[in-house]
Design a protein around this ligand. Structure first.
Ligand SMILES: Cc1ncc(COP(=O)(O)O)c(C=O)c1O
Length: 387
C-alpha cells in the first residue's frame, strides 16, 4: 500500500513528552493538581529587560522582515557575548539568527545531508535531531552511549561507528535527556577523528550556560573554524516561546546558508530579535545567573531524593535541567510507570522511550523546572506511589 504522504514524513516519530503534556493538561482542566516535571523549559519568566525591549519593539513598529540571517546588532551582540564569556573571536558574519535552535538544526540538516548520508547521534539523545535527519532523507545512525562516557560520544566510539556513508557527527553538551557534558579534550579528539575522515562536527550547545560543575565555560568553536555550532535563546536566556536561536557556521558556508535561510524562513521573528538584544544587558545577566543558581540547588536536592527512593541516576549530570533516572528494581516499563504515576498521583515525567532504543525503556527524564516546594511535593507523591 502506498503512503498518502511522503515516506520520510511517515518515518518521523511522535514526541511522547508532548503526549504526556497533553494528558497532564487535560487532568488539570478536570481540576487535578498536576506537578509538571515533563516539560523541557525553565519555569522562570523571560528576564524583565527582554520583555520591556520586546514591548518597545512593538511600539516602534519593528514588525517587518529583517535580513535572513537576522539584524546586524543582534549578530554583533552574540559575537560580543562569545568574546566576553568564552574569550572567542567570532566574526558576526559567521552568525545566523534562527527560529530557535530548531531553525538552526533544520538549516544544518538541509545543508549537510544528501539522500542516504549518515549522521552519528547518541542514544539516548534529543529526538528531534534524528527526525531532522530523516526529514531530509538522511540516515540517522544512533550509537548507544552509557554512563561510562557520561552518555556522550568519545573519539573511540566515533571511530568505531563510522560507516562508509557517515558524514556528520552531532554532539549535545550539556545533553538532553541526561544533563551530562563532554570534556573539551574529548571533543577535540572527536573533531580530529571526523576531520581525518572528511566529515563535519555539529555541536548542539543550546543548554550552554546552564552548567553547574567546574570548568563550565567552553564551546566547540574554540576547536576550529569549520565546526557548526547551534545555540538558542530558549533555555539559558529563558525565552522558549519567543522562538529565537542562532547558528555559527564556517565562513565558506555563509552564501549557501543565506540562500537556504531566505527560502526556508525569510527571517526569524523581528520583535523577538529586538527583545533579545536586552538579554545581554547586565540586569538580564544578573537575573539569569540567579536562576542558574536556583537550578543548581534544585539539582542537588532532586539527585539526593531520587537516589533515596531507589532511582539510579548514572553519570554526572552537570547541566541543563534534567535528571535521567533508571527506575527502581520493582518497575520495568517507563511508559507504563509514567502513565500510572500521572493518572494516580498527578506527577508528570517523560518516559525514556522518547530518547532512543529498547535500553531506554527503563529510564525516565525528570525536569527540575518547578520551585523547591513543588519538587518536594513531587518526591513525596512518588514515594507514596512506589511503595
Ligand atoms: C538538545 C536540544 N536541542 C535543540 C532543542 C531546540 O530548542 P529551541 O528550538 O527552543 O531552541 C532542544 C529543545 O528542547 C533540545 O533539548
Amino acid at each position: 500500500m502506498s503512503n498518502e504522504y511522503s515516506i520520510r514524513s511517515a518515518n518521523i516519530k511522535p514526541f511522547m513528552a508532548m503526549d504526556v503534556l497533553a494528558r497532564a493538561n487535560q487532568l488539570e482542566t478536570q481540576g487535578r493538581d498536576v506537578i509538571h516535571l515533563e516539560v523541557g523549559q525553565p519555569d522562570f519568566a523571560t528576564p524583565a529587560p527582554v520583555i520591556a525591549a520586546g514591548k518597545q519593539a512593538l511600539d516602534l513598529n519593528c514588525t517587518g522582515y529583517s535580513n535572513a540571517d537576522g539584524i546586524y546588532q543582534l549578530r554583533q551582540a552574540i559575537s560580543d557575548y562569545y568574546a566576553s564569556d568564552y574569550k572567542l573571536d567570532i566574526d558576526p558574519d559567521r552568525i545566523f539568527v534562527t527560529a530557535g535552535g530548531s531553525g538552526a538544526l533544520c538549516l544544518l540538516a538541509a545543508l549537510l545531508t544528501d539522500v542516504g548520508q549518515g549522521w552519528i547521534l547518541t542514544d539516548p539523545g534529543y529526538p528531534s535531531n534524528r527526525n531532522f535527519v530523516t526529514a531530509f532523507s538522511g540516515d540517522p545512525q544512533l550509537v548507544s552511549v552509557t554512563a561510562e562516557t557520561q552518555f556522550q560520544l568519545s573519539a573511540e566510539i566515533v571511530a568505531r561507528n563510522w560507516r562508509a556513508n557517515t558524514k556528520v557527527v552531532l554532539i549535545a553538551s550539556p545533553s538532553n535527556p541526561t544533563g551530562t557534558r563532554i570534556g573539551p579534550e574529548e571533543l577535540e579528539a572527536i573533531y580530529q577523528v571526523i576531520d581525518n575522515r572528511g566529515g563535519y562536527l555539529v555541536s548542539d550547545e543550546i543548554y550552554q550556560g546552564l552548567e553547574y560543575g567546574p570548568n563550565t565555560r567552553s564551546s566547540a568553536l574554540g576547536i576550529a573554524d569549520d565546526v557548526f555550532v547551534v545555540n538558542s535563546f530558549s533555555k539559558y536566556f529563558g525565552m522558549t516561546g519567543w522562538r529565537l536561536g542562532w547558528l555559527v557556521a564556517p565562513p565558506k558556508a555563509r552564501e549557501t546558508l543565506m540562500k537556504m535561510a531566505q527560502n526556508l524562513f525569510i527571517c526569524p521573528s523581528v520583535p523577538a530579535q529586538y527583545a533579545a538584544l536586552a538579554a545581554f544587558s547586565r540586569e538580564s545577566r544578573l537575573e539569569i545567573e540567579a536562576n542558574r543558581q536556583k537550578l543548581a540547588r534544585r539539582k542537588e536536592f532532586m539527585l539526593t531524593a531520587l537516589r533515596q527512593l531507589g532511582f539510579r541516576v548514572h553519570g554526572n549530570p552537570e547541566g541543563a535541567f534534567y535528571l535521567y533516572a533508571e527506575l527502581p528494581e520493582a518497575f520495568t516499563d517507563a511508559a507504563h510507570y509514567c502513565s500510572s504515576l500521572l493518572e494516580s498521583s498527578y506527577v508528570a515525567l517523560t518516559p525514556g522511550d522518547d530518547f532512543g532504543g529498547e535500553q531506554q525503556k527503563r529510564f525516565v527524564r525528570i525536569s527540575y523546572t518547578q520551585d523547591y516546594a513543588r519538587l518536594a511535593e513531587a518526591i513525596d507523591r512518588i514515594q507514596k506511589f512506589n511503595s
